[in-house]
Ligand binder design. Structure first.
Ligand code: HEC
Length: 129
């Protein structure tokens, strides 16, 4: 007697599970929380953002390595004051800060060209100033 109801319930459950799986898959595909970092129409900053998300975000958006966080503008003010060229050099060649925290050369990604590292710096400077 109640078989048809069972079947429709099962169908509804499966449809729900499928929808949940699709949502999880799309969440897993996007870099975690990427949408919270500003996007720019400028081509250079677009390129920089992609590089930054792939290599720099891990430290500069998460409090794991003592890196100055993009969410902490005050920590960036004295760094921005050093000027763009100095920040490029720190990003390309690495930097060990006074507290012993280490910015690895090229953010640890040897595959990045000098220009790509500079583009990532440009993006980070744009979002912390
Ligand atoms: C393994 C963690 C880590 C990664 C990945 C990382 N950084 Fe850093 N970064 C640091 C730390 C730690 C500092 C601060 C060093 C200090 O104490 O002055 C820093 C500082 C900086 C500074 C400021 C330098 C200065 O002269 O004050 C810039 C610019 C920078 N990083 C750019 C980048 C860019 C661009 C990338 C990606 C290509 C990147 N970082 C990836 C850890 C990281």
């Amino acid at each position: 007697m109640n078989r048809p109801i069972d079947r429709s319930l099962r169908t509804a459950f499966l449809a729900g599970a499928l929808a949940a799986a699709v949502i999880f898959a799309s969440l897993a595909a996007a870099p975690a929380g990427a949408q919270k970092f500003p996007e720019f129409s400028d081509a250079r900053l677009k390129q920089g953002r992609a590089i930054w998300l792939a290599t720099c975000e891990a430290c500069h958006a998460n409090d794991v390595a003592g890196a100055p966080l993009v969410t902490n503008k005050a920590s960036w003010a004295p760094r921005l004051a050093k000027g763009k060229e100095t920040l490029y050099q720190s990003a390309l060649g690495g930097l060990t800060g006074a507290k012993g925290t280490q910015m690895p050369p090229r953010g640890g990604n040897d595959k990045l060209t000098d220009d790509q590292v500079r583009a990532a710096v440009d993006y980070m400077m744009a979002i912390v100033k």
